[in-house]
Ligand binder design. Structure first.
Ligand code: HEM
Length: 65
């Protein structure tokens, strides 16, 4: 929430409401697990199942690339 906003509207990090239009599900998974740009990797704090569930949810918020 501190980085992407309570409604994924963005903040310190970019908005994630339409990220499914510019990134594939696999790219979202690796962004969460390994980090992207200045975003820290979260792979040590989330399980693969949790990362997959978050990526499915975020990718599904828009129509996909
Ligand atoms: C489970 C939690 C998170 C998810 C699902 C997530 C997802 C993402 C995704 C998909 C991107 C790429 C967006 C794009 O390029 O359009 C991104 C970028 C970014 N995220 Fe996160 N993020 C999470 C947590 C965080 C946290 C905790 C922070 C702050 C410490 C953060 C800060 C950023 C920043 C600054 C970017 C832009 C990176 C750059 O281009 O340099 N994110 N995030």
């Amino acid at each position: 929430m501190a980085c992407h906003g309570g409604d994924l509207e963005g903040g310190f990090g970019p908005e994630l409401r339409t990220v499914g239009e510019r990134m594939s599900r696999e790219e979202i998974v690796s962004a969460i697990r390994d980090g992207i740009g200045i975003m820290p990797a979260l792979g040590d704090r989330l399980t693969e199942e949790e990362i997959a569930a978050i990526a499915d949810w975020i990718a599904g918020l828009s129509t996909g690339p």
